[in-house]
Design a protein around this ligand. Structure first.
Ligand code: ZN
Length: 223
């Protein structure tokens, strides 16, 4: 989803990890070792995210949510583009780039990640410790409540849309499997086939989410 709106991905040809070592930028140790370097990098990422406009695929999902009432979205993206497009129920498995909190977990407030917060690098908590972005860093567990809810939804849904994922990252890659195991059907939209494409009860559409999703929603809206 996000790559089509211009967000750089981590893996793949243009991925961040070609330029930096993941452990240096996206770990608690990395932030403590060189908060300036890490926060400069997050400031750049945040600025890039601020400029992004969600593509038509996001808007189609928001419309679908309007049409169907409940439509929770589960995402590994941290850029907030779903919310920017108007989706209201977004489960962020890898946390969010939109907030930051105390690296020492002092129980203080959560800070909105604005350019103003990042006007001084590294940003600090009220207790004096540096802040960390509320994204899941290397070596950290995924947020348990989000994960539990995602699996509950997968296990109880009739239909799951699986959009723009290579199924490479565990445990999110298990969600479609959980849905299938419980008798759900899947519509998969991706630019290339994935391990679930050939499975029965999966309709696999090859293409970009920004082009395919609006067509699906348009078809739904026809009387
Ligand atoms: Zn603190």
């Amino acid at each position: 989803m996000s790559r089509e709106s211009g967000v750089r991905t981590f893996r793949g040809e243009e991925g961040y990890w070609k330029e930096h070592r993941a452990e240096d930028l996206a770990s608690i140790e990395g932030i403590r070792r060189d908060p300036f370097l890490v926060w400069e990098w997050y400031r750049k990422r945040l600025r890039a995210c601020d400029d992004l406009v969600p593509h038509e695929g996001y808007r189609a999902l928001a419309r679908l949510q309007e049409l169907r009432g409940k439509l929770p979205a589960i995402t590994q993206n941290v850029d907030g583009l779903h919310q920017k497009a108007g989706l209201t129920d977004v489960i962020e498995l890898h946390g969010s780039l939109r907030t930051a909190s105390c690296i020492d977990d002092c129980g203080g407030p959560t800070f909105a990640m604005t350019q103003q917060l990042l006007s001084r690098i590294p940003p600090k908590c009220r207790c004096g410790s540096i802040l960390r972005p509320d994204v899941v860093l290397f070596g950290e567990q995924l947020p348990l409540n989000a994960l539990k809810r995602a699996f509950r939804l997968a296990e109880s849904c009739d239909l799951m849309l699986v959009i723009g994922t290579s199924m490479a990252v565990f445990p999110a890659s298990e969600l479609p499997i959980a849905a299938l195991r419980n008798g759900a059907r899947i519509i998969e939209i991706n630019v290339e086939p994935t391990p679930i494409s050939p499975l029965s009860n999966v309709i696999s559409i090859q293409g970009e989410a920004g082009k395919v999703l609006p067509k699906i929603v348009e078809a739904l809206e026809k009387p």
